[in-house]
Design a protein around this ligand. Sequence first.
Ligand code: UDX
Length: 447
Amino acid sequence: MKIAVVGTGYVGLVTGTCFAETGNTVTCVDIDSTKVNKLTNGEITIYEPGLEKLFLRNLKEDRLHFTTDLAAGIKDASIIFLALPTPPGEDGSADLKYILGVASQLGTLLKTDDYKVIIDKSTVPVGTAEKVNAAILESAKKAGVNLTGAFDVVSNPEFLREGVAVDDFMKPDRVVIGTSSEKAKKLMGDLYAPFVRQGNPVIFMDERSAELTKYAANSFLATKISFMNEVARLCELLGADVDMVRRGVGSDDRIGKRFLFPGIGYGGSCFPKDVQALVKSSNEVKYDFKILNAVMEVNETQKLHLFPKIKNYFKGDLKGKHFALWGLAFKPNTDDIREAPALYMIDALTAEGATVTAFDPEAMNNVKKTIGDKITYAENQYAALQGADALIIATEWNEFRTPDFLKIVSTLKNKTIFDGRNLFEVSAIRELGFHYESIGRAPSIIK
Ligand code: UDX
């Protein structure tokens, strides 16, 4: 099939590359000519494990193209994906200006005798497919053209996790397609057939339900995490061990093992934005989504849950103290620092007069661009420990999981670790003589 993908951000680039990989011819369109030039010349613009190999292969085999010209990009395509940003406006609702802007342009480009399916891939509020439909029809009407029946607008939300997006795309748990058109349904079914051969479902539904599915899925996962973070807080107060409670609870199939890991809060581009947007959508129809308000509140405070423990350990005075910080990205295997708990930790520590040296395998450049020399940056995880009063762990990168403890002991000033991701067994680390505080588990107190 011939496919156009408008927007070459994270979702657009993964979508375009993965469709090319299954033999389609894909043209990606973006207004940013620097980006388009880079991509055309084989320079990938995002960090996502496994994507570059696929991107280069499909570029070489001439199945993947990039252009700034929307008209040329969509000309031969029967399917047009919109993978455009929907940044939160000041009131938390998703701003649709980019999507509706492209929809209006499409109104002047589509032809009455050349049926195309337009697909919302971005996470958009319920009712957006109808708005896109109206924007296309209206701009065509202004040009004296009646496009009724010449296109359908479909909602097909993405469920890609950063770090494993290629796998999530190639082997999805499910594909959700919202359309009330039989013609569009057939085309979408054919398009996704190679991705669901192992038997996972393509679930067809109406547009509004598909749009809500995305928000409900992410908000549920965020709720699961916040719930477990509150259980962890309770464990600390009641003397229980959250690792045990998590295992005990998660082995019930109805609950499931995944997304039950307590920590210093969820971050990233999706959960915070989507929970906020669903609350906003609910408010618009005068519904008070009480649980989600609590989820947001719990997450805000969870990001700094370790901070009072750190302050308490240093007897309330952090002035002149120096900290090693392992992890800056909001989660492992990404360079994304949006809403990253590590940044909240840095703000809290530096506001009290402490200094920080950080190491992250991928995200340091992004942090340098955002906060510059507010902190210093180390070449590797052990160099970050030099002269530090304690180590703080904010992201669960695999390389932090089994560190060389002898090196840590010989480099850190004090054998003290504050772990926001519960990477180590408390008993093992106590044996090594560390003062160790984590989330929802008894601390190893060394006086
Ligand atoms: C998420 C959704 O999983 C994906 O389906 C959606 O389309 C986009 O948003 P992503 O933001 O990339 O993906 O990351 P994910 O792996 O889901 O983790 C989100 C956050 O939750 C991270 O900050 C992570 O550290 C945190 N988390 C996750 C926990 O704190 N505990 C857990 O048990 C799981």
